[in-house]
Ligand binder design. Structure first.
Ligand code: CDP
Length: 235
């Protein structure tokens, strides 16, 4: 399948299925997948483990930023795809807990943390052929990304998806708690000062409330074919 050397930026609200879509795109096109949310979650786990965030989500940002290089957050790929690591420890499961989900958005409002994550992403994406998902990838981190997608879906549908994902991993949660977390993160992500969640002017919107992943793949292949000319992506 012929795909040009591009960056695909996928932004949007929490639990719109950005990461499942991005993973599938990476697999299908042979691109690398960079999960920016996982880096924010990894930073949050590190802050929790070093007691740099308290119960009221007050963060000792200065100490956190100075210690972050030793966290050695990075991605490793195995047969199941890309996974998040802290040093030699795979943290892919831990960073998806409701506790980390409750603390991650306050951490992600801190400009110094955003700079840390942005730098890492730009370094990892410098060779292109990368699909990157987040909140500000098309607007701030890779403003020149050749393809920008902005994902939305109804909040209740997003909360239901997130709840199923957590239940699948053995975490028991109430629908109301998950919905409250989804809506709270929407609010914090869209209202923060540093790179709020916004749709870049040149992003294409995708509301996947009633779409399957397979339908999304058909959609993006047609989009790529339209945008980049006569490649064989429709095959
Ligand atoms: O998977 P989900 O969309 O629920 O969240 P995520 O992508 O894992 O990101 C977790 C949180 O990190 C978000 O709610 C944002 O507060 C923050 N984040 C951000 O601020 N900027 C990004 N580029 C990615 C995530």
């Amino acid at each position: 399948m012929l795909i040009p050397d591009i960056i695909i930026a996928i932004d949007g609200y929490s639990s719109t299925g950005k990461s499942s879509f991005a993973r599938l795109i990476a697999k299908e096109f042979g691109f690398i997948y960079l999960d920016s949310g996982a880096l924010y979650r990894g930073v949050t786990l590190f802050a929790v483990e070093h007691s740099l965030i308290d119960d009221k989500n007050e963060v000792d940002a200065e100490t956190l930023v100075s210690m972050l290089p030793e966290a050695d957050l990075h991605f490793e790929t195995d047969s199941e795809g890309s996974k998040t690591y802290m040093g030699s420890r795979c943290i892919e499961k831990e960073i998806r807990s409701l506790d980390i989900s409750r603390k991650v958005s306050p951490i992600a409002t801190l400009p110094a943390i955003r700079e840390f994550v942005d730098r890492k992403l730009r370094e990892l994406g410098r060779k292109k052929r990368a699909v990157i998902d987040g909140r500000d990838i098309g607007s701030t981190v890779f403003p020149n990304a050749e393809l920008k997608i902005f994902m939305t879906a109804d909040p209740e549908i997003r909360a239901m998806r997130r709840m199923k994902e957590m239940e699948g991993k053995g975490e028991k949660v109430k629908f109301e708690d998950v919905l409250a977390n989804v809506m709270e993160r929407d609010y914090i992500d869209s209202h923060r000062k540093a790179s709020p969640l916004t749709k870049a002017a040149d992003a294409v919107e995708l509301d996947n409330s009633y779409m399957t992943l397979d339908e999304q793949m058909v959609w993006i292949k047609e989009l790529i074919a339209d945008k980049f000319g006569d490649t064989d992506v429709k095959k």
